[in-house]
Design a protein around this ligand. Structure first.
Ligand SMILES: C[S@@+](CC[C@H](N)C(=O)[O-])C[C@H]1O[C@@H](n2cnc3c(N)ncnc32)[C@H](O)[C@@H]1O
Length: 192
């Protein structure tokens, strides 16, 4: 059988990790629904006994995502909030297995509506507090976008300072591409 390209894009790397780690019955978060491709993958992976909580500040993103789930017959597996992910702990009150942040702007929409370092960091912190043991935050970073460099640096600096006894922290970057190419930051909670 022909081998697959796992590392072609940062999004594909994130999907590889999600597909390997998420199990039927898991409770997961898509912190940036966008056009719904990630939400759809998550809804497939959690099965009928799991659930996806999706967030986006753009009504268009929420309706695109809802439509995509509907087409796949999976709308019952997700609850979508037209709210910033910095507020996710006000909306989710249960332990979560995996939280995905695919940062940047909504493809095909206004590029000025973009994730920012302040709200992303607030969302990541809130998400980390909800994680089950061995749960993960996965963030796709876009240092090449306007404001994306600042956002990526602040997230990486935050991640580097996490205690190693409590968190496994890795950053996956394409070493033979531009230094502003998208990257995948993963924080796995290893305590208790
Ligand atoms: C790169 S897109 C996400 C791609 C998406 N996951 C997909 O599969 O199409 C980034 C999204 O983040 C959203 N966003 C920006 N700031 C946000 C915030 N504070 N909370 C939640 N979503 C936000 C944007 O509206 C945009 O839709």
């Amino acid at each position: 059988m022909e081998m697959e390209r796992i590392f072609k894009t940062a999004v594909e790397i994130s999907h590889f990790i999600l597909t390997r780690e998420i199990k039927p019955g898991d409770m997961v978060v898509d912190a940036t629904c966008g056009n719904g491709s990630d939400t759809l993958l998550l809804a497939e992976l959690v099965g009928h006994s799991g659930h996806v909580f999706g967030f986006d500040i753009q009504p268009q993103a929420i309706s695109n995502t809802r439509e995509k789930l509907k087409e796949a017959g999976l709308e019952n597996r997700a609850t979508l909030y037209n709210v910033g992910h910095e507020l996710l702990d006000e909306y989710i009150k249960m332990p979560i297995n995996t939280i995905l942040f695919n940062l940047g702007y909504l493809p095909g929409a206004c590029h000025r509506i973009i994730t920012t370092k302040e709200t992303t960091l607030a969302g990541v912190r809130a998400g980390m507090n909800l994680l089950k043991p061995k749960g993960m935050v996965i963030a796709v970073l876009y240092p090449g976008h306007e404001g994306g460099q600042e956002e990526a640096v602040s997230l990486i600096e935050f991640a580097q300072a996490l205690p190693k006894k409590d968190w496994d922290v890795v950053n996956i970057a394409h070493l033979n591409r531009s230094s502003s190419a998208p990257q995948v930051l993963v924080l796995q909670k290893v305590f208790p």
